[in-house]
Design a protein. Structure first.
Length: 408
């Protein structure tokens, strides 16, 4: 196949090191990927006990489809310790995102009905109402933080509603998730306190008990009634799945909405075109997802394997940057340009292969509704002050502070 063969530089030429936590990288990863793509399609770092970074669509896809050599048992590259890493023990009952075949198919199939287009459509009226309430709260202001006051609330409140948790508890999760995922400027103890799993466990157990006593038409009761391989789920697995849905759905969608509004703030022609022609929305949503894909996953190498001319060893980490695949000019003509009506757009923002995002219908609905409602209220806006914008660091990329000036 194309990935393993073809013209290839000798390995010595692939000296390029990478540091995805470097502030330059976080500010503009696209330039770095573009540079690497030509001369070092699979980069390496000594961090994390040895980690790899493919930047072309071909190698990203090859890894995503190859569950034999790359395991999903750890998908967040968080452990900073000298390698080579011992592979974590295979786990049976885990949520799909950290499962490998053959168990993965069972864990995933069980969840599919809850995220079908029909199931998701039932939450569109709530999502729209929520967006309007958030916009009502800032209407009349000259400046609105599109990330803090708008984008971040949408996926959080929608999943809390789907799970059937009290709306006022939404902030409990925001704090927990940020604690787990974000590289924020605070001590290890502060982070630990925010990401306290025992607190989360207690909270979930209380909701599970309520739902067992009185089943409802929501995702929590769905999980409690679901069967996996003929058995009801253990409480541990229900809790693990709830945490997965919270973690997988919130930062990601928050980032996609924020990056899309950042794009519209900085590209007046696209903004005017989309505000004037709502029929463009479906292709625009796909294109914004392609261009600003927020999610980079990770894999552990399960067996020695060659990738793009490099020799990967069992236990090495690999970052799987779907955003880089989406900017590969070999796959997308004019890849760095946003083309709101791009017709052929087989982007990898939701991943590729068996782990392809289970929440993609939900994410698309939320992104579309958020953009429709924002543009209906504020068709014209620009960055208030580029220096105040901050971006998340780590595997999920999106604006965390995004002050916009509303033009009238
Ligand atoms: C998996 C992206 C929103 C639930 C994935 C994967 C990506 C992704 C790239 C593949 C992971 C891998 O290959 O290891 C996104 C993006 C989103 C989004 C860009 C928003 C724009 C959501 C939402 C939910 C969700 C809203 C649910 C509430 C999941 C689950 C998986 C997954 C459960 C694991 C599927 C499996 O392993 O079979 N997502 N996601 N995601 N996502 Fe999303």
């Amino acid at each position: 196949g194309g990935v393993m063969s073809g013209k290839r530089a000798p390995v010595e030429d692939f000296a390029t090191d990478f540091d995805h936590t470097d502030p330059t990288w976080v500010a503009d990863p696209y330039a770095i990927w573009a540079d690497l793509r030509g001369r070092c399609p699979v980069a390496h770092t000594d961090r994390y006990g040895g980690a790899w970074l493919p930047v072309r669509h071909a190698e990203v896809a090859a890894v995503a489809y190859d569950t034999e050599h790359f395991t999903s048992r750890s998908v967040v590259m968080s452990e900073v310790r000298p390698g080579p890493h011992d592979l974590p023990a295979p786990i049976g009952l885990a949520p799909p995102i950290t499962s490998d075949p053959p168990f993965h198919a069972l864990a995933r199939r069980m969840l599919l009905p809850a995220f079908s287009p029909k199931a998701v459509a039932a939450y569109e009226p709530y999502s729209r109402r929520l967006c309007r309430e958030l916009l009502d709260a800032v209407d009349g202001a000259d400046e609105v933080d599109a990330s803090v006051d708008f984008a971040r609330h949408i996926p959080l409140r929608v999943i809390v509603r789907m799970l059937g948790f009290p709306e006022e508890d939404a902030d409990v999760f925001r704090t927990f998730i940020t604690g787990v995922l974000e590289d924020v400027d605070e001590s290890a103890e502060e982070r630990q306190a925010r990401a306290d799993e025992a607190v989360m466990e207690q909270y979930m157990d209380a909701r599970i008990a309520e739902h067992l006593a009185e089943p409802r038409d929501d995702l929590t009761s769905f999980l409690l009634e679901a069967e996996l391989d003929g058995h009801k789920l253990q409480t541990d697995h229900v809790r693990g799945t709830m945490v997965l849905l919270l973690i997988a759905g919130i930062d990601t969608t928050w980032s996609a909405i924020g990056s899309s509004l950042w794009h519209l703030a900085t590209h007046p022609e696209d903004r005017r075109r989309l505000a004037a022609d709502p029929a463009l929305m479906d292709t625009a949503v796909e294109e914004l997802l392609r261009a600003y894909a927020p999610v980079t996953m990770a894999r552990l190498v399960a067996k020695d394997v060659e990738l793009g001319g490099r020799q990967l060893k069992e236990g090495d980490w690999l970052l799987l940057p779907f955003p880089a695949a989406n900017r590969d000019p070999a796959m997308f003509p004019d890849a760095d340009r946003v083309v709101l009506d791009r017709q052929v757009n087989r982007h990898a923002a939701f991943g590729l292969g068996i782990h392809r995002c289970l929440g993609s219908n939900l994410a698309r609905m939320e992104l579309r509704v958020a953009l429709e409602e924002w543009l209906a209220r504020f068709p014209d806006f620009e960055l208030a002050d580029p220096d105040r914008i901050t971006w998340s660091a780590g595997q999920i990329r999106g604006p965390r502070v995004l002050p916009l000036r509303i033009l009238r």
